[in-house]
Design a binder for this molecule. Structure first.
Ligand code: GUN
Length: 296
């Protein structure tokens, strides 16, 4: 039985936001602050919520924020022109197009149109390529948040076996590449596994650090992990719960109640990885600002 440590993503995210707020305050004398523009197309309620949270977080720490709300009927050409306009707008150092976007618009084209210098989501193929070859780049916010949690909780990663479950472009692939880097807070042995595996537990049981990004509620059970594992749960799944005020409850990809009994460290859901995503978006926007404005 381990003295399990709960990894508090909410408190860590708040600490990062406080640190950034101070940095932004120090910029005030220069008369310029970092700016983030968020572009949202259509009225997906979850996307609206996320975009509002991102904007509020910017304003709270003294950054400039703008939300461009576009109608579902906007053409691809119009959206691309808008992105280009912000590529050339000196008040905005970060550009984020909230996904998903309507099917009549080519998502790849939109992402590729964002200036690499302002790609605070880290989704541009050049950013992705730079990550893969270990060059300086913007890291996608959720995996960046995971690395930051491991770092701030002093979890050894060098030579440890990190098993990633899930292969998405937003989480699975980038976190695998980040943990593989030959540098501090990485330098891990990395396995990526996914739904095509006949028996996923064969892989997950080997993990010193298990990163679950599958999108299936409570999927990782106690039999699938070894004693002392560090568990990072990226899942955000709604399950019906008649007792909950809204009729549902949000759970991760990990059966927290049982897995936590075997873990040395574990992130809860909510208040685990989730809040870190926005904190790291602010970090990326601040970094974009310092590079564009040549502030060290
Ligand atoms: N949709 C869900 N997550 C994300 C994200 O991290 N960035 C963007 N742009 N869209 C998303």
């Amino acid at each position: 039985m381990y003295n399990m440590i709960l990894i508090d993503g909410k408190a860590t995210a708040q600490a990062i936001r406080n640190e950034l707020k101070e940095k932004v305050q120090q910029l005030e004398s220069s008369g310029k602050v970092p700016g983030l523009v968020t572009i949202i197309v259509g009225d997906n309620p979850a996307s609206q919520l996320y975009v509002n949270m991102k904007s509020k977080a910017c304003i709270e720490i003294g950054m400039k924020s703008k939300i461009e709300r576009l109608d579902e009927s906007i053409t691809e050409e119009e959206l691309l022109r808008l992105v280009e306009r912000y590529n050339n707008d000196n008040d905005y150092h970060g550009i984020l197009v909230q996904l998903p976007i309507p099917k009549h618009i080519n998502e790849d084209k939109v992402i590729e149109t964002i200036s690499v210098l302002k790609d605070v989501d880290g989704f541009h193929p050049v950013s992705t390529g730079n990550l893969m070859i270990g060059k300086e780049t913007f890291f996608p916010c959720t995996p960046y948040g995971i690395v930051e949690l491991l770092k701030r909780y002093n979890i050894e990663t060098k030579g440890k076996h990190v098993v990633v479950v899930g292969r998405s472009n937003i989480v699975g692939k980038p976190i695998a590449n980040m943990m593989l880097q030959k540098k501090e807070h990485a330098n891990s042995i990395v396995t990526v596994c996914h739904s095509a595996a006949e028996d996923l537990s064969q892989y997950t049981r080997q993990a010193d650090i298990l990163i679950a990004a599958i999108g299936r509620a409570n999927f990782i059970n106690a039999d699938m992990v070894k004693d002392g594992v560090v568990v990072i749960d990226v899942g955000i799944n709604r399950i019906d719960d008649a007792d909950a005020p809204k009729g549902f409850r949000v759970v991760g990809d990990v059966d927290f109640e049982n897995v936590s009994k075997k873990a040395s460290h574990i992130t809860p859901v909510p208040k685990g990885v989730g809040p870190m995503t926005i904190a790291m978006l602010l970090v990326n926007t601040y970094e974009a600002f310092t590079k564009i404005e040549k502030i060290s």
